[in-house]
Design a protein around this ligand. Structure first.
Ligand code: BGC
Length: 937
């Protein structure tokens, strides 16, 4: 495949997306956009330290740069930045550097702010026309938000900034550089003129914000979540964060489905809401219904003074029937092109009622385990947010329609009550009523046994290679008859992280991970985090893209698809077959730390956004692994907290986005989640991964576990070694083990096969799933030498800045069991010390402790030349040592490496300037003392 990866175009596109996903919630007196020549004072340190993403695996992209708001405003030049204030901030920041915390999940939610006194704001107000206050937040994997100051709420320092700034300035604009929504009560307290959510916009986030502030891009973003008055107003808050059991008592009433049905007055900003710098008039041109499909035509006219885009949303109110329904469900959305003042466009939106069919998990309609449309009126509402949407027509179904017959699956086993609406007379909203959740009635063990696959032939090596399946000479099943049980078992093991078999620094290798498997011509595929750019832990740089929430707020799947085409090229260039993303869990509660990676509280918006990403990446032969299947809705105790959910809520809300991604987006790689759902850890949940995913949805791809996941037999505790239920459930790959061949994870698959708890047929079936993935992969084409790869890279910022060069692996070494003081030589033959190059040594450390890395080197340059070398261990900078030119004399420099865990590490050297002649490099073991005082490797 020939393709051109033009990084300038990539950056422009990412910037456009980030701007289009910004949501303007308030704009009194047209304070925005900023006008040419205005003088602006900017408050809040985040103006300099833009959050490109949240934290954890989804935030670890080594971006070549991250733009910030102040520098971008100055680069833009429309307004004049108050440089006196700017200088004060920069001075203060010198003594208050950004606190990254002490390792994984330790980065604080917010950063200390410079105190902003009344005096300071008064002075600033004298020198400028308006103020911008930038507030920042982060959260992420293993770190939920908290309903406390500094996270969901403002800190005292931030309150002070807002109070003093809003008092001193006639015009204040608040910009929120945050992962997802936060408490907004302060808007009433301080009444700033404008409020703009810019989310976490990736590396172009600063520039994109400025595009919106200055009106180069008219913000067209719409909220992908409801912002309620108070965190307590979300019905899930009560149960959120329980370390053991999390009851989903609100059932299908998530987000606006809850608020529009039960608590309209608790909404501060409704789902789908967002302002524009222009005004639009919308006019219904009619509703046509054919069967269960409604076509809505809406004319949108720009009646304001600026070009812009508007989003039209179609909601359906289904009859309450016997099941009870939310008063609104998003059924379709569409966005206009950029409309000039006076211009109009007719949008045609199709809403398919069957997509909104309710799942009867109790049998109350007489159709248990069916998707039904109950008899009655289906009312269509059209508008620019859920609250303002107006009725455009209705369809009456004379009798109930069964849309799809399914099978009871994944039902809870613990009794609890769920919410359902109850209407008094003509009341337009319901009061809460509670009903018993239907519990499981099927015999799961019997189902698994009955549906056990049977094909299990073993014929030994017939000389067939996977290429013969690729060339359609034999079927995958025939091919697999050659693999021994041991080979089949090895295929269930993914290797990582940072496997040497694939692109350095990535999350995992899978497929042909052993010599045995490779002899059958099975390639090794590679996956890496995700979702907002590629994570490569050896320091390789990649583009950092806007976060998931922001993408959803664009309400523009075509644009998202275009951006992910670029991501697809970047993946392909890096020889990565699948990005571990998009994350498509539902924003059940605003406090979930990983909401930034996910899209929305609405499953239709979520599913269509995921499908768009997959289609985009798919154009370049690579894909995304949709995750985390399902209910990864809190980070606290995510390995163990049991999500207890009704089958209806699962199917209508929590699985729905996945279903759309599979059916419309052609997903063929899925990651199961960490925690259990209804008592079964998802990686071993037969009903989730076989009954629903494969049998019902027709899914044909692979399922992998989340990294170091647990699995259980029903009623037993979860364990990473308990892989028997995993194999049975068709979770094809366990992620991750250090070494598949030696079963370094000590899984019990072989044991299960030996004692009959597993069959060879089950392993063959899973291996067939994996082979089907591999047959579609670029890894396969590459192995066959049939990939005519030609990637032209244009305008790459990637190999010239920072530690960007991924570096070649120069040597792979098993270090000998070291003795104190002994020197272990590192080979220099292939070392190139040119500016901007990286050199990677893949080292297996047999022992924890301190090691000295000693450089003996010289340079013919003069004494003012500065020649830095950075040393990274698994992408974490250990130290940068700089020598000056030595005019030929050999000098020595030492870097201490604290190895806290034995095993394989990537040690990368990065040369920031040319001119070093390396004459010797060695490691010296200095013992175990004092390693705690050194940074983690
Ligand atoms: C996360 C996944 C991620 C994986 C690999 C896990 O901790 O939950 O989302 O893809 O690690 O980094």
């Amino acid at each position: 495949m020939k393709y051109t990866l033009d990084y300038e175009k990539y950056a422009e596109l990412a910037r456009r997306v980030a701007a289009e996903g910004s949501v303007l919630l308030r704009n009194e007196d047209g304070v925005l956009p900023l006008q040419k020549g205005q003088k602006v004072s900017i408050f809040g340190r985040t103006q300099f330290e833009h959050y490109k993403s949240g934290t954890g695996s989804g935030g670890m992209v080594n971006a070549p740069y991250v733009t910030n708001i102040t520098d971008s405003l100055k680069e833009d030049g429309t307004v004049q930045v108050n440089e006196v204030l700017e200088a004060q901030y920069r001075e203060w920041l010198k003594d208050h550097p950004f606190d990254i915390g002490e390792g994984w999940a330790m980065e604080p939610w917010n950063q200390e702010e410079m105190p902003v006194s009344e005096e300071l704001t008064r002075q600033a107000a004298e020198q400028s026309d308006l103020a911008i206050v930038v507030l920042g937040r982060t959260a992420g994997e293993d770190k939920d938000n908290s309903a406390a100051e500094g996270s969901y709420l403002l800190t005292a320092a931030e309150e002070e900034i807002l109070r003093n700034v809003c008092n001193a300035f006639a015009r204040t604009i608040v910009v929120l550089n945050v992962g997802n929504i936060m408490d907004m009560k302060w808007v009433d307290r301080y009444q700033p003129q404008a409020v703009l959510y810019v989310w976490q916009g990736g590396q172009e986030g600063g520039r994109a914000t400025v595009d919106v502030l200055t009106g180069k891009v008219n913000p067209g973003g719409k909220l992908s979540d409801t912002i309620a008055e108070d965190i307590e107003d979300y019905p899930s808050t009560e149960n959120f964060g329980d370390p053991v059991e999390n009851f989903y008592t609100e059932d299908i009433y998530v987000g606006y489905r809850y608020f529009e049905t039960f608590a309209r007055d608790k909404v501060k900003y409704p789902f789908g809401f967002g302002l524009s710098y222009t005004r639009f008039q919308t006019e219904s041109m009619g509703l046509a219904v054919q069967g269960t499909e409604a076509t809505v035509i809406e004319k949108v006219t720009n009646v304001g003074g600026m070009s812009g885009r508007e989003t039209i949303q179609v909601y359906v109110e289904a009859p309450q029937g016997k099941l009870g329904k939310p008063l609104r469900q998003l059924a379709a959305y569409a966005k206009t092109e950029e409309l000039k003042p006076g211009a109009s466009e007719e949008l045609i939106l199709k809403a398919e009622l069957t997509e909104l069919a309710s799942y009867d998990d109790s049998g109350v309609t007489g159709h248990k385990s069916c998707y039904v449309l109950e008899a009655g009126d289906y009312i269509f509402y059209v508008g620019t947010d859920v609250r303002s949407a107006r009725e455009v027509g209705r369809v009456t179904l004379a009798e109930l329609q069964v849309v799809r017959t399914a099978t009871e699956a994944l039902a809870p086993v613990q009794a609890f009550k769920r919410l359902r609406p109850f209407f008094f007379g003509e009341n337009d909203h319901a009061i809460a009523n509670w009903e018993d959740v239907p519990l499981r009635t099927i015999d799961l063990a019997e189902r698994i046994l009955r549906e056990r696959p049977t094909q299990s032939e073993y014929v030994g090596d017939q000389g067939w290679k996977l290429a013969d399946v690729y060339d359609k000479k034999i079927t995958p099943e025939q091919f697999l008859t050659q693999l021994s049980d041991e080979d089949l078992i090895c295929m269930t093991r993914g290797e990582g992280m940072c496997s040497p078999k694939v692109t350095p620094g990535t999350a995992a290798a899978f497929g042909g991970v052993t010599d045995g498997l490779q002899q059958f011509g099975i390639p090794v595929a590679c996956c890496s985090d995700g979702p907002s750019g590629i994570r490569m832990d050896c320091g390789t740089m990649a583009y950092a893209l806007p976060n998931g929430t922001l993408l959803a707020c664009t309400f523009d799947p075509e644009l998202v698809e275009e951006l992910y085409e670029m991501e697809g090229m970047e993946l392909r260039k890096n020889k990565i077959d699948s990005l571990l993303g998009p994350g498509i869990n539902i924003h059940r509660n605003p406090l979930n730390g990983r909401n930034f990676e996910y899209f929305s509280e609405d499953p239709y918006l979520t599913g269509t956004m995921a499908a768009a990403q997959l289609k985009g990446m798919g154009k370049y032969g690579v894909t995304g692994t949709i995750k985390h299947f399902a209910c990864n809705n809190q980070e606290f105790k995510r390995h163990d907290a049991n999500a207890i959910v009704s089958e209806r809520a699962l199917r209508e809300i929590y699985l729905k986005g996945f279903e759309i991604a599979v059916k419309q987006g052609g997903a063929y790689s899925i990651m199961s989640t960490y925690g259990p759902v209804n008592g079964l850890w998802t990686a071993g949940s037969y009903d989730l991964l076989t009954t629903i995913l494969r049998k019902e949805w027709g899914y044909q791809g692979i399922v992998m576990t989340d990294w170091w996941a647990k699995i259980n037999e029903e009623g037993e505790p979860g364990s990473g070694k308990q892989t028997i239920p995993m194999v049975r459930a068709q979770n094809d790959i366990y992620m991750v083990t250090a070494d598949a061949a030696s079963n370094s994870n000590k899984d019990n698959t072989a044991e299960g096969l030996a004692d009959g708890r597993l069959t060879r047929a089950q392993l063959m079936r899973n291996a067939a799933n994996i082979c089907c993935f591999l047959l579609r992969s670029v890894a396969m084409e590459r192995l066959l030498g049939r990939e005519e790869e030609e990637c032209t890279e244009l305008h790459s910022p990637i190999s010239t800045e920072g530690a960007g060069d991924s570096g070649q692996v120069l040597a792979r070494m098993e270090l000998p069991e070291p003795k104190t003081g002994e020197e272990i030589e590192l080979p220099l033959e292939k070392l190139i010390t040119k500016k901007g190059t990286g050199a990677v040594y893949q080292l297996r450390f047999p022992k924890v402790g301190r090691y000295e890395l000693v450089f003996r080197m010289s340079s013919t340059l003069g004494p003012l030349a500065q020649l830095p070398i950075s040393v990274f261990l698994n992408n974490t900078l250990q130290q940068t040592v700089t020598i000056n030119g030595t005019e030929g004399k050999i000098v020595e420099q030492t870097v201490i490496l604290a190895i806290r865990q034995d095993g394989e590490k990537y040690m990368k050297l990065y040369f920031g300037e040319s001119g070093i002649d390396m004459s010797r490099m060695f490691l010296r073991y200095v013992g175990k003392n004092d390693i705690e005082s050194f940074r983690n490797e």
